[in-house]
Design a protein around this ligand. Structure first.
Ligand code: CU
Length: 230
């Protein structure tokens, strides 16, 4: 799956480094093994370790440096993946200095998203492209996992606690994930979906949601006032 946010870029790079290193180690071990077998083919068993103490120290030292280098690389990339990326030039103008913060509530069995203008949506999150988005994850009942692998590392919505997910989508489109934590009977249906749109479309979406919610509330108030709802 291709990464579509700076944080997932780092995770992807780290996975590739791990893959290449593992391949090198496997090949090197096998080459050394076959070389040793060839050298002693048909002969008697080697009486002692090849090379003196100096050689052993040099090989051990090289391997230690190799392991330390991998450790340092992974620390650097993990740290970079945790950084909050800056807003892009094509992002939402009103979110230039701070991330666009959206309260994300997990409940059995759907996600609710509360946008800064008081609009909210269920099931699907709509965000502008090239804009740093911060989700404040909360839960009203049990632990739910918010997971869209192309945009961010997964995080849990835990009752009584606020966790954070930060990403900056680099292109418009639909990104999906699935619930990976059992949160009750219908957890399998609890999809996570993010629609990345242009800043203009995002503004239009949250304004429309807000107007629709207001109209629905006005209608209910009207019905109550007319005595149609006891
Ligand atoms: Cu869930």
């Amino acid at each position: 799956m291709s990464p579509h946010s700076p944080g997932t870029d780092q995770i992807d790079t780290l996975l590739w480094i791990g893959f290449v290193v593992a391949t090198i180690v496997i090949v090197a071990v096998n080459v050394a093994l076959f070389a040793a077998l060839r050298r002693h083919r048909g002969g008697d068993a080697p009486r002692e370790m090849v090379g003196g103490r100096g050689k052993q120290l040099r090989v051990g030292g090289a391997l230690t440096v190799f392991a330390a280098a991998i450790l340092v690389l992974s620390l650097i990339y993990t740290d970079k993946a945790r950084e909050t990326p800056a807003n892009g030039a094509a992002g939402l103008a009103s979110a230039k200095s701070e991330p666009l913060t959206i309260t994300t509530t997990g409940q059995q069995w759907l996600w609710r998203y509360d946008y800064p203008n008081q609009a909210f949506s269920y099931y699907k999150l709509v965000v502008p492209v090239d804009t740093t988005v911060e989700l404040n994850l909360v839960s009203t009942d049990v632990i739910h996992t918010w997971d869209v692998p192309q945009l961010a590392a997964q995080a849990d919505a835990v009752p009584g606690k606020t966790n954070h997910v930060v990403f900056r989508a680099d292109e418009e489109g639909d990104f999906r994930g699935q619930s990976s934590t059992f949160s009750g009977q219908a957890y399998a249906a609890m999809r996570t979906e993010v629609e990345v749109v242009s800043p203009q479309e995002y503004e239009a979406f949250v304004n429309r949601q807000k107007a629709d919610i207001q109209a629905a509330q006005d209608r209910v108030v009207g019905l109550i006032e007319n005595g149609e709802v006891p």
